[in-house]
Design a protein around this ligand. Sequence first.
Ligand SMILES: [Zn+2]
Length: 370
Amino acid sequence: MNYPVSVFTEETTPSAPPFAATLQWQEDHLILKIPGKEARKLFLNDVSLSLGGIEKNQVILTTSDATPWRIYLSNDAEKGLRHHSHPTGPSLVAQIDALRGVRFKSRWAYKFRFFLKLLSIILVALLTYRVFLFLLGLFMPLSWEKHLGDGSTRDIEKMALKDPIVAQTIQTLGEKVAGPEALRRYEFKFRVIPKAEVNALAYPGGWIYVHTGLIQFAQSPDELTGVLAHEVQHILERHSLRRMVDDFGFSFFITGIMGDHALSAVIAKANTLQFSRGQEKEADVRGMKLLMKAGLPGDGMITFFERMQKSDSPRWMEYLAYLSTHPSDKNRATYLRKTLADARPGAQTPKIAWEEFKKRCAEANPAVSQ
Ligand SMILES: [Zn+2]
């Protein structure tokens, strides 16, 4: 039986298409008939097999001539080869199957490689995004950070106590803690807000909010300055900024810069965000150094944090929100004491109307009163 095939010979060029020929299977050879040409006898051992064609699925026999002929088998021609019994038949069939199998596998390999490529593109994009956010947190221009801080404190700022004694005292204490160097970089704004939880919040750009609950918990101006020093360092080290940029990403950054009013909804969540333990330790140690530089006693910071961590007073337990936003190390007091050990003598508690200040804060405190 003659099966249709297409043959590419040395005469085939772009302008001379392949020959439409027929192939006949014999015992141990093939007879290729190109119309108008002498029939050619091909021994199966002299042709090699491959796959090709538009779908790369067509069996091709290639001769071993100097300019090889390529014979593209039609489906029928391939079936004929498969059904024809001849000595080399089975091995040819096995070869075709092997080729198809390899192709089948390689298709999966191709898909897998594509999947891997896609995955790596996604990973690289994610990584680039994280690196971008990280760098943004580190190198954001100060003016942007201030703008972001102004935008993110719009709502909380409305809660700040207006009582002049309270407002002035906290600002005076805060500025004393921060010192001239930090004040040149940031226009720090220290505020007291009437909230019962023992907590303090630092926002990018120099905004620090202390709850009345924390002021009630503090037993001396030194304890309060200790907390303020810690919060000031969260701003100087850009922990607050990095935390926000990290958690809210690019959209936050854009709305922050653009001053979108929808931002406050996002900010409400910011109060519950945690600093990392590393950032906490950094704020502690650097905060302690800040106190020493300002000539303020550092013991207050230690006693405040120690008391807060050890506090088993049921009155305070539910109000100790500070620990949830500022996760502390159990060795906190130890490393703080070590830092304080090099303190210069002559540190002095700032002269402020502490009792009056505390009393006025207590009056504003919504849940805990003396
Ligand atoms: Zn902290």
